[in-house]
Design a protein. Structure first.
Length: 264
């Protein structure tokens, strides 16, 4: 079976795939990237493993239900967006495989059969697979948000890439809700330039990511790093392989620079 790459993807704001008008149009670049992603792979995946910036737990916790529900973890959007569905099936056997890999690496692992898909997962998966044919399992971040632990998590998950499982870190390369738009132009450009320098080359990349808070405008780009930690997982899963920027725009929501990445 072909070895799949891993990805770090900007998932957009709230339930944008189910909206119309200017807000949906602002996500046109993200939408085009997501719609073409599966066709870019060396082989079709059999399942998605989604690591979202919207789920944190005391241990790395894997969603293990056979038919996950939805978690509408956003506010202020149109009423119909609180009833949208991405009815991808879960896969308990994959969840157990993930738990075993994490535990074998010495990291704390758990399962949660009741957890539904949050919008970091379903707003990323829906444009990729609108018919929801691919099973999807979500995996949490761990409290403390320690970069080295999440790189280590990615390395633990790396065997899944040869088992038909597409590892997707769903977050945002810039996530400061107060600075989206023109006021975020300078800090987002500076932080993204650092990502463009660091992520393509494996040598030194892990250490640079451990020390990410020293990057230009780092804490303006990420006052809290939960949307950056999925990047660490994606990089860890392809730690010796090159990174490729697959989506880059400088005017997201009026002036913010964002980028999404493929590894391997």
């Amino acid at each position: 079976m072909s070895r799949l790459p891993s990805f770090f993807l900007c998932h957009g704001g709230g339930p944008w795939p189910w909206m119309d008008g200017p807000y949906r149009a602002a996500h046109a670049g993200i939408e085009a990237m997501l719609r073409g992603l599966l066709a870019s792979l060396p082989a079709p995946p059999r399942a998605l493993l989604m690591i979202s910036g919207h789920w944190e737990a005391p241990a790395f916790t894997v969603q293990s239900g056979a038919a996950p529900g939805m978690v509408y973890d956003y506010a202020g959007f149109p009423p119909h967006t609180y009833g949208v569905r991405h009815a991808a099936p879960g896969e308990p056997a994959l969840a157990e495989r993930v738990r075993q890999l994490v535990e074998a690496s010495g990291l704390p692992a758990a399962q949660d059969a009741a957890r539904g898909f949050d919008h970091g997962a379903f707003c990323t998966a829906f444009p990729m697979d609108p018919a929801a044919r691919l099973p999807m399992v979500q995996l949490s971040l761990r409290h403390g948000l320690v970069p080295a632990e999440h790189l280590r998590l990615g390395r633990a998950l790396a065997p899944l890439r040869g088992e038909g499982v597409l590892i997707v870190g769903s977050g945002f390369s810039f996530h400061n809700l107060r600075l989206y738009g023109p006021q975020g132009r300078e800090p987002s450009t500076a932080f993204d330039a650092w990502l463009q320098a660091v992520l393509p080359v494996p040598e030194g990349r892990d250490q640079a990511l451990v020390d990410w808070s020293r990057a230009p405008s780092a804490r303006l780009a990420h006052p809290r790093e939960e949307h950056l930690l999925p990047l660490m997982v994606a990089v860890g899963a392809a730690s010796a392989e090159v990174g490729l920027c697959i989506h880059h725009e400088t005017g997201f929501l009026g002036g913010t620079t964002i980028s999404s990445w493929r590894f391997g």
